[in-house]
Ligand binder design. Sequence first.
Ligand code: TRP
Length: 455
Amino acid sequence: MSTTRGQWGSRLGFILAAAGSAIGLGNIWKFPYITGENGGGAFVIIYLCCIALVGLPILLGEILIGRMAQTSPVGAFQKLARPKSPWMGVGFLGVIASVVVLSYYSVVAGWAIHYTVGSVTGSVLNADIAQSKAAFGALYENGMLNVIYHSAFMFATALIVIGGIQKGVERASRVLMPTLFIFLIILAIYASRLSGFPKAFNFVFGFHTHDLKPAGVLEALGHSFFSLSVGMGAMLTYGSYLSKHDDIVAASIATTVLDTLVALLACVILFPITFTAGIAPSSGPGLVFINMPVALAGLPGGALLATVFFVLLVFAAITSSISMLEVICAYFIDEKGWSRKKAVITTSIFIFLLGIPSALSGGKGFFGAGVTQIVGKNWFDAFDYLASNWMLPLGGLGIALFAGYRIDAAARAADFADGSRLGKLLFVYMGWLQLIRFVAPIAILFIILHAIGVV
Ligand code: TRP
């Protein structure tokens, strides 16, 4: 065990880092497009319920386990259960999920780099929808370009994580997160003055149940995990760098509120622009990369707005990717006694290599559309499917059950309340316990049964 473990410099630093982990491509790229595909309103409300009743309790459980154990996920489960306890499988699953998700997340972040550069030079603007679609398709198929952007993004991630907790992760989050909030609010004000705003507002916040299908409910649940970064030990690891007297109840609530606000803000920005440009809201994963440039190109100051928007997307992605890399490195630092430098360099090279097939997935070659790969999908889609449908729900289930039934009850109650005014209220603690023991596991079981086609 390393004797000089990192610690957060301040409570705000921790909240910004945790919010930085949660807020990412999931909020700005994925949430708006799945909202669009599921018809808006009702999906948003279901999502908010999933966040409050399942996501938040598990987030709190993860941070609690991390803080109690003060070590990486794999060690944490052994420390709080017993050495070599099978529970450590949950920790291992988290480390593996982080490797898998980071390897393809970096490729999508690479697209955001491409669109940032293209907004500055203007090469991705001035296109109509057909041209924009073709441009995105050309990027998707260009394996070499994807590998280059992927390597650049992994390099930047490694550079921050090598700096350690306070000098790397916390410092980056302290600068990047407030910048992100400020610019998103400016963009939202801009969007609120567009002619498509009322229609967009009604689309996102109106209650249209007829468009919501059962699959949408499950998608909302799965996405609430992904968005809050729970189920793979990332929040557990960040929690392990907290001191005993930090208020984890308030920090979890703050993280959840910020994450949700950014997802909603992204909708409030994207849909007015989309409606004003007369584009359908249900255009899938291309909503950001295909529609935004077209929509913005037609607006005054569009090139500048597009640049700001895609830079923010890169920022949001990097404060998430550093937390994934941190989980993986914490394992080697805490369990194997590696130096931070050795851990970061070795693991990021490995993840870079593992991401290459995802970067090549859009092409016609071995990993892409030409040859059917794992579970009938190309490599990129297969990784996303395995992580979202299997690894995160299973990890979340493990965390909920461990926090709800396995850890010492007296220590759990004391740690929950330590340093927290809210945590000392009995109904808050009992409410959380019921959610994590019953509501969360049942909901997750439901996702898993859906994934194997039973319900
Ligand atoms: N929450 C991130 C996003 O919304 C993605 C993510 C999922 C993540 N699991 C994670 C980030 C674990 C960091 C750690 O984009």
